[in-house]
Design a protein around this ligand. Structure first.
Ligand SMILES: NC(=O)c1ccc[n+]([C@@H]2O[C@H](COP(=O)([O-])OP(=O)(O)OC[C@H]3O[C@@H](n4cnc5c(N)ncnc54)[C@H](O)[C@@H]3O)[C@@H](O)[C@H]2O)c1
Ligand SMILES: O=C[C@H](O)CS(=O)(=O)O
Length: 487
């Protein structure tokens, strides 16, 4: 029972213990930490704060389990993953409720994330059976050459709070499909969804030790994963600052890394765009998850000829957005995850106003109090503002004016980040010029959303290394072996 009166149909999904080697465990020293509902501040659960020794227990259990898991046929692994996918759908409403309760996103968005998260398990249950090697035409007839793909082994996963289900399954799906075993650490703000996915994985037939969900302090669990020579790979999703720390820590064991890091997405609206469609595109991108996604439009660039009409239309739509707890009917903007996130948004808005930004709607904490903030549009934004340089991670849309295409692309690329870029244009030549010139791993044209399990997701520059999803996603969990067979 969640103390804020939310009751799950499948009460077994609410776990307040870590999942290690198929067992639900407390920390041996009984250390725990509280999980709060960001909409109310209520304590909804407590989970163990595991020690480094207990993380080691999970790592050794994963190493043991991984051998038998990799020895299964791809079809056997595929079928178990498929069952996990089915169970996620059968329990979708409970998973969504749990997610909204601990993360705050509107229930409709939580339902969407559960489906998105499940799609990675479905996709990689299929990809499991398409891990091909190849035969190489021999350079001399006294030998035969071949390439085989093998699972990396034990992998660590560290995931963020903003997509508590999808960021885990985007790693666990390909890892388990490849024959790896995983020790996953969810964000301390949102462990409950991950633990519930552990319940369903076990029910689906994922053997003990193949998937472990370890809860605890990042500065305890992180070093235990990064320092272990048994863990051959860590897949991290989170801030660029932590990603850089993990890169330094990975050096000691030459650990492979996948890094899905921070963003600072430009959203360019050219004067040949469909303005109404572009407004809808900004609404879909900027305010998704209350602005707390790595691919949210962070800087909106509008060509001067349509600047006034665009900003007016956007402000009108944003001013109608309903703010509240994610379980309330009609709510489309929930709370920010915590007080620190709220303070960052307040800091960005204050800085923009101090430097000449004009607030068209919102601009202050919401009357609900807590960590709620008014959906905001700021006109006359300039590149010297914090909203240009940093990822706001909140419901604030700064609108910058530009004159030429070259100026827009230069402004868009003027950042160390390169995860997603967006632009609206109906000029085909311009579409190809801009798509090729933008420095990001993902470019969305005439659309504010693109997330799908079938395409490679990832960034360039300081937004990360590697790709998740698509054909590429499983490669992150495979080693390539060259076999030379003398005859
Ligand atoms: N590229 C992507 O796919 C993607 C997706 C979601 C979020 N993000 C980024 O994540 C950031 C917001 O998420 P966040 O606040 O949870 O990020 P964060 O980096 O603070 O935390 C992410 C995860 O790392 C853990 N962590 C924190 N410090 C650690 C340490 N020293 N050692 C090991 N683990 C540590 C946290 O406990 C959490 O599980 C934003 O920058 C956002 O852009 C990127
Ligand atoms: O916040 C980061 C997520 O990766 C966004 S998405 O849902 O994958 O687009």
């Amino acid at each position: 029972m969640l103390t804020n009166t939310v009751v799950l149909k499948n009460r077994g999904l609410l776990r307040q213990q870590a999942f290690v080697n198929g067992q639900w465990i407390d920390a041996s020293n009984k250390d725990t930490y509280e999980v709060l509902n960001p909409a109310t501040g209520a304590v909804i659960a407590t989970v163990p704060s595991l020690s480094a020794d207990e993380v080691e227990l999970a790592i050794h259990g994963a190493a043991k389990a991984q051998k038998d898991w990799a020895a299964k046929t791809a079809q056997e692994r595929s079928r178990i993953l498929r069952r996990w996918f089915e169970l996620m759908h059968e329990n979708a409403e409970d998973l969504a409720l749990l997610m909204t309760t601990e993360q705050g996103k509107p229930l409709a968005e939580a339902r969407g994330e559960v489906a998105y998260a499940a799609s990675f398990i479905e996709w990689f249950s299929e990809e499991a059976r398409r891990v091909y090697g190849r035969i190489i035409p021999q350079p001399s007839n006294d030998r035969r050459l071949m390439v085989m793909k093998q699972p990396i082994g034990v992998v660590g996963a560290i995931t963020p709070w903003n997509f508590p289900a999808a960021m885990l399954t985007r790693k666990a799906g390909p890892a388990l499909a490849a024959g790896c075993a995983m020790v996953a650490k969810p964000a301390e703000d949102t462990p409950l969804t991950a633990l519930a996915l552990g319940v369903l994985a076990a029910e689906a037939g994922v053997p003990d030790g193949v998937l472990n969900i370890v809860t605890g302090k990042p500065d305890v669990v992180g070093p235990a994963l990064m320092g272990s020579s048994i863990v051959r790979k860590v897949s991290f999703t989170g801030s660029t600052a932590v990603g850089k720390l993990l890169m330094r820590q990975a050096a000691d064991t030459v650990k492979k890394l996948s890094l899905e890091l921070g963003g600072n997405a430009p959203f360019i609206v050219f004067d040949d765009a469909d303005v109404d469609a572009a407004v809808d595109g900004v609404m879909a991108s900027k305010y998704r998850n209350t602005g707390q996604t790595c691919v949210c439009a962070n800087r909106i660039f509008v060509q001067s000829g349509i600047y006034d009409s665009f900003t007016q239309k956007l402000a009108e739509k944003v001013s109608t957005m309903k703010v509240g707890a994610g379980t309330e009917d009609g709510v489309v903007q929930g709370p920010l995850i915590n007080k620190a996130a709220l303070e960052k948004v307040k800091r960005h808005v204050a800085d923009a106003k101090a430097k000449g930004g004009r607030v068209l709607t919102g601009g202050d904490v919401h009357e609900r109090g807590g960590s709620f903030f008014q959906p905001t549009v700021i006109a006359d934004a300039t590149p010297d503002m914090q909203v240009f340089v940093e990822e706001t991670f909140g419901p604030v849309a700064p609108i910058f004016r530009f004159e030429t295409e070259d100026e827009a692309v230069a402004l868009a690329n003027d950042t160390p980040f390169g995860l997603a870029s967006y632009f609206f244009s109906r000029d085909l030549a311009r579409i190809f010029r801009a798509a090729e010139a933008l420095e990001s791993g993902i470019v969305a044209v005439n659309s504010g959303v693109f997330s799908t399990e079938v395409a490679p997701f990832g960034g360039v520059k300081e937004s990360g290394l590697g790709r998740e999803g698509g054909q590429e996603g499983i490669e992150e969990y495979l080693e390539t072996k060259f076999l030379c067979l003398g005859l």
